[in-house]
Design a protein around this ligand. Structure first.
Ligand SMILES: Cc1cc2nc3c(=O)[nH]c(=O)nc-3n(C[C@H](O)[C@H](O)[C@H](O)COP(=O)(O)OP(=O)(O)OC[C@H]3O[C@@H](n4cnc5c(N)ncnc54)[C@H](O)[C@@H]3O)c2cc1C
Length: 238
């Protein structure tokens, strides 16, 4: 598996607590599949530290790799949040079998918070490849301000007739932006509303282990065959 020394090309504060870092591949080949992840190494204090991060960009948009993470008190995250253009970052990968199957009749992406990263890659990939089978993203966040990549996700759906993005906000009260969209949590009723044949769709669930377990339970209650469900647990968030 290749280990590449890359350079930060751009950093963006995506939400009050989520930051993304785009690494330039500088012409180096890095084939990967939408949904895969890497080991991302930074210099932390006297040494180096690594974390597992999903690739948030699509292989159809070569030239760079995008990673995004939520702030925390760990030394690694402190360093990640200080990264600036020109800094060096080592990336090993790609790894993982949580990979988009473009032959599925209907794809449903279920995510909360930072769990959006591999699903964003899948959506961009489907859009760029002109995949014309339905894809739904149901994306839960506490507040409207915490919806990561909101403009990009909404623009993808707007440009692609078979793609649909539904944001679900659990704590709309007191949010700076008045919220007129869905509230509460992703549940069976919402999934049934957007998926005409729930037993026939292919599901990808990604996020903190608690959220993944909850949504897995919802699909089991709906008699969705386990073989139709792929999961990626962001261990370290629960
Ligand atoms: C396949 C995969 C993809 C991921 N993609 C992303 C992503 O795109 N963005 C993102 O922000 N995070 C992602 N994560 C989670 C990420 O690797 C970190 O664990 C998380 O960001 C917490 O980091 P931290 O520095 O705040 O916590 P830390 O201080 O590193 O850890 C917090 C707690 O979690 C435990 N822990 C840490 N890592 C693991 C682990 N792998 N398994 C079990 N326990 C663990 C620690 O022991 C500690 O108790 C991913 C994880 C996996 C496994």
């Amino acid at each position: 598996m290749p280990r590449l020394e890359l350079e930060v090309a751009e950093v963006r504060q995506e939400t009050p607590t989520i930051r993304s870092v785009r690494l330039s591949l500088s012409g180096k080949p890095f084939p990967f599949k939408p949904g895969q992840y890497c080991l991302v190494e930074l210099s932390v204090g006297e040494g180096r530290g690594d974390h597992t991060f999903s690739i948030a960009s699509s292989p159809t948009r070569p030239g760079s790799l995008l990673f995004a993470t939520r702030q925390s008190p760990s030394a690694y995250k402190q360093r990640f949040f200080q990264l600036k253009p020109g800094d060096g970052v080592a990336v090993t990968g790609p790894v993982g079998r949580f990979v988009y199957d473009e032959t599925a009749e209907h794809t449903v992406l279920l995510s909360g918070g930072i769990g959006i990263t591999p699903l964003k890659s899948m959506l961009e990939y489907a859009r760029d490849r002109g995949i014309d089978r339905p894809i739904n993203l149901l994306y839960g966040n506490r507040t409207p301000a915490e919806i990561a990549f909101r403009q990009e996700l909404d623009a993808l759906a707007a440009a692609h007739p078979t793609m649909n993005v539904v944001h679900v906000v659990s704590q709309p009260e007191g949010a700076a932006e008045p919220w007129r969209g869905r509230t509460g949590r992703i549940n069976e009723a919402l999934i049934r509303e957007v998926v005409p044949r729930p037993d026939r769709a292919r599901y990808y669930i990604c996020g903190p282990p608690g959220m993944v377990a909850g949504l897995r339970g919802v699909l089991a209650q709906m008699a969705v065959p386990e073989a139709n469900v792929r999961i990626e647990n962001f261990e370290g968030y629960d």
